[in-house]
Design a protein around this ligand. Structure first.
Ligand code: TXA
Ligand code: MG
Length: 324
C-alpha cells in the first residue's frame, strides 16, 4: 500500500520533497483538489504521472510554483496582465496559460508552445514546492475520467501503489479545480471555469471571454469525458426530479438538490442551497455514492452564473442525460 503521511510537519514534507527530487510521485493537497506531483523539469518523472493516471499524453499538465520568480524562467513574452492577475489572485485558484520557455519539457505541455502555471493557496503544497526547489507538475489525483479527489480517502481507491507517497492534508477548501485562463491568445479566454469567475475577471479584463464548448479545442483536457462516477448521473430541473425518482423506482438513487424539492424519505438526498458549499461537496458526494454502490445520482441543475458556471461545467461532463 502507498504510504500516507498526515499533514504538514516539516520533516514529512522534506521526505516528500526528496521523493520529488528523485523523480518520484507525491500526491499533495491544494486549495482546489488533490494533485499528483512530479518534478516539472524532469521529463521521466512527468511521464510517470501520465502512466499513473492513465492520462492521454495529449492533455497537458499544470505547473505549480511557489514564487513569481519562476514565471520568467518557465515562460516567455509574458503580458503585463499576467503579472496583474498573479499579484491579485496568487496564491489561489487561477491557472494562467502563457508562452513556454525551452526550460519546460515537452511532455508537460503535451507538445504545445504554452504552459499552464499557478501558485496554489495551500501551506502543504507551498512548502512541498519550496523544499523540492523545483516547480511541480500536477494534474488532479484521480484516474483519468474519474471525479477529482477532495479528500485523501478518494485517492487510495484509485491510485494505491501507483504513487510513492500521499500527503493527507484533510478536505480541500474549494472542491473544484482552478479556473484556467489563456493569456497566450489574442483575446484572454477562460478554458475551464472555476471559483474565479468570468464575471469577476471581467471587472479587470473587460474583453475576457469563455471558450465556446464547440470551438476549436484549445484546452486539450476539455474534449475528454470527465468527472464520471460509476453511478449514472442525470442532471434535472427541480420540477422533473419527482418524475425521475418514479421512473427509476428499481434503482438505488441519490438526489442532490439546491431548491426545495420533496424527496421521499427512503431516498438518499443532499440538500444544499449555497453554491460555494455545493462546489466544496460535489466530488466528495460522487465518491461517497460510488463507494455505497448507488445506481443513479439525480442532480438539480444550477444557474450558470459565477461559481454556478464551474459547477455546471463539471456536472454536464459527468451526466449521461440532461432533463429540463
Ligand atoms: O485546481 C487545479 O487546477 C488542480 C490542482 C491539482 O492544481 N489541477 C488540475 O489539473 O485540475 P488537471 O490536469 O486535472 O487539469 C488541467 C487542465 C486541463 O484541462 C488541461 O488541458 C489544461 O488545464 N491545460 C494545461 N496546460 C494547458 C495549456 N498549455 N494550454 C491549454 N490548456 C492547458
Ligand atoms: Mg483533472
Amino acid at each position: 500500500m502507498t504510504k500516507i503521511i498526515k499533514s504538514g510537519n516539516i520533516s514529512s514534507i522534506k521526505k516528500a520533497a526528496q521523493i520529488i527530487k528523485a523523480g518520484g510521485l507525491v500526491v499533495f493537497p491544494t486549495e482546489t483538489v488533490y494533485g499528483i506531483g512530479a518534478n516539472a523539469l524532469d521529463p521521466k518523472a512527468v511521464n510517470r504521472i501520465f502512466k499513473a493516471k492513465g492520462r492521454p499524453s495529449d492533455n497537458p499538465l499544470i505547473v505549480h510554483i511557489d514564487k513569481m520568480d519562476w514565471i520568467s524562467k518557465l515562460c516567455v513574452d509574458v503580458p503585463g496582465m499576467a503579472y496583474k492577475l498573479a499579484y491579485r489572485y496568487w496564491p489561489g485558484p487561477l491557472t494562467l496559460v502563457l508562452k513556454k520557455s525551452s526550460v519546460v519539457p515537452k511532455n508537460v505541455t503535451a507538445g504545445l508552445d504554452t504552459v499552464a502555471v499557478r501558485i496554489p493557496n495551500n501551506k502543504i503544497a507551498l512548502s512541498l514546492i519550496r523544499e523540492s526547489k523545483v516547480p511541480i507538475a500536477a494534474p488532479s489525483a484521480n484516474l483519468s475520467g474519474k471525479p477529482s479527489p477532495t479528500k485523501a480517502i478518494h485517492i487510495i481507491k484509485h491510485l494505491d501503489k501507483r504513487v510513492d507517497i500521499i500527503i493527507d492534508g484533510g478536505p480541500t477548501d474549494i472542491g473544484l479545480e482552478s479556473t484556467v485562463l489563456d493569456l497566450a491568445s489574442k483575446i484572454p479566454t477562460i478554458l475551464r471555469p472555476g471559483k474565479i469567475s468570468l464575471e469577476e475577471l471581467r471587472m479587470i479584463m473587460p474583453n475576457v471571454k469563455m471558450a465556446h464548448p464547440k470551438s476549436k479545442i484549445k484546452s486539450p483536457g476539455m474534449k475528454y469525458r470527465h468527472y464520471s462516477p460509476e453511478s449514472k448521473v442525470i442532471l434535472s430541473s427541480p420540477e422533473k426530479i419527482p418524475m425521475l425518482i418514479k421512473r427509476h423506482a428499481n434503482d438505488k438513487i441519490a438526489v442532490i438538490h439546491t431548491s426545495k424539492v420533496k424527496i421521499p424519505k427512503n431516498i438518499e438526498s443532499f440538500y444544499c442551497k449555497n453554491l460555494e458549499i455545493l462546489a466544496h461537496n460535489i466530488f466528495d458526494k460522487f465518491h461517497e455514492y460510488d463507494s455505497k454502490n448507488f445506481d443513479l445520482i439525480i442532480i438539480e441543475s444550477v444557474e450558470e452564473k459565477r461559481i454556478g458556471t464551474a459547477i455546471m461545467d463539471r456536472l454536464k461532463k459527468a451526466a449521461s442525460e440532461i432533463v429540463n
